[in-house]
Design a protein around this ligand. Structure first.
Ligand code: SAH
Length: 335
């Protein structure tokens, strides 16, 4: 504002428009002098993302948006409405460099990191649409945010951390969503998990484990060749100790690959007595993948064996498969 020759308090006014009134439309900023609205709006709140396409299913309760950034890069976010909450699944990178073979995003490679503004803009758009009351289900607010869209959040650490602050700080500095309702999901970048544990946040950490043995995990999550399971879990338990929060262990159930009873027992051995919760994800189909979801009876037995050891375990409600909006399906193709 000072560079634009304006008094500093206008920065606070603009922040309130964006984070509290959920508007980035200069015309709606009636407390700014009429002659300045357009100039200040375009200089300080440029439109970072343009919706290219919107797909919905579940009677409109699940909506995937394909966004185009200023440089033409494409990314996706998904809004999921439940009876008691609204969760937004957002992207931290355009593409992903982690190359997990069962994930559509991983197949395309990394295009670039998203900026803090581009990450926050995905949540802003959902919050604005909900506040406007135009979505099926009526007016609402975003209660939960999961960094489970495209990209590896901890590989874009600085922008993701700043975005967490803008999403969770109270207005006018942020959207005021509870830190406890934000989940950062990672393939297991150990130094970044350690760094996150020292930030003094209370966001939930999710670790995409998918295998209890290094031999298989080396194949499913290639970064495991760098940081082995024992090291990743040590960092996860340190995170739990620092934050008091249960770590979510993500496990995609892949038929005849990682769903054997002995692997359930091996997973339970790793997690017993820890501050952990297992989230089983039925494998979602991705183009060109040779893998499919586990047989229901096999998945049920896997779940039973973990639960029998006293480890909390749930099966993820897979939303949005019809619109390629479920876990591992975000590829941001506009065709
Ligand atoms: N890169 C981070 C954030 C993405 S979260 C991470 O991997 O944690 C997306 C989640 O969906 C991860 O747990 C990922 O392993 C999982 N996933 C990827 N492809 C999937 C598929 N085809 N079916 C089910 N889950 C999948």
């Amino acid at each position: 504002m000072q560079e634009l020759g304006q008094p500093g308090f206008r920065a606070d006014q603009l922040s309130r428009h964006y984070f509290a009134r959920l508007t980035d439309e200069p015309a709606e900023m009636t407390d700014l002098p009429a002659g300045l609205r357009e100039q200040l709006g375009s200089a300080l709140l440029p439109r970072l993302l343009t919706a290219q396409r919107e797909l919905a299913c579940d009677e409109g309760m699940t909506r995937k948006t394909l966004w185009r950034a200023h440089d033409g890069v494409l990314l996706e976010s998904v809004l999921m409405r439940y009876s008691d909450r609204v969760t937004m699944c957002i992207s931290s990178q355009a593409g992903c460099g982690m190359a997990c073979p069962f994930c559509a995003t991983g197949q395309a490679g990394l295009t670039r990191n998203l900026s803090t503004g581009e990450i926050v803009a995905q949540v802003f758009a959902g919050a604005r649409a909900l506040a406007g009351g135009t979505l099926p289900g009526g007016p609402g607010r975003v209660s939960n945010v999961v960094f489970m869209g495209m990209g590896e959040p901890l590989a874009n650490y600085a922008s993701v951390l700043a975005a967490v602050r803008r999403i969770t700080d109270p207005a006018p500095a942020g959207l005021g969503i509870s830190q406890r309702a934000v989940t950062v999901s990672t393939v297991g970048l150990v130094p970044a998990i350690q760094r996150l544990a020292a930030e003094g946040l209370s966001v939930r950490l999710a670790v995409s484990l998918h295998a209890p043995d290094d031999q298989l995990r080396d194949e499913l999550v290639p970064v495991n060749r760098r940081w082995k399971i024992a090291t990743v879990l040590d960092a996860a338990w340190a995170y739990a100790a620092a934050t008091g929060r249960r770590v979510s262990i993500e496990y995609a159930m892949i038929r005849d690959v990682n769903d054997q009873a002995w692997r359930a027992d091996a997973l339970a051995d790793l997690l017993a007595g820890r501050l952990a919760h297992v989230n089983l994800i039925p494998l979602n189909p991705t183009p060109g993948s040779r893998w499919t979801a586990s047989e229901p009876a096999v998945a049920a037995e896997f779940q039973r064996r973990i639960a029998a050891r006293g480890i909390p375990i749930t099966v993820r409600d897979t939303r949005g498969t019809q619109i390629d909006g479920a876990c591992g399906q975000l590829a941001a193709s506009s065709s």
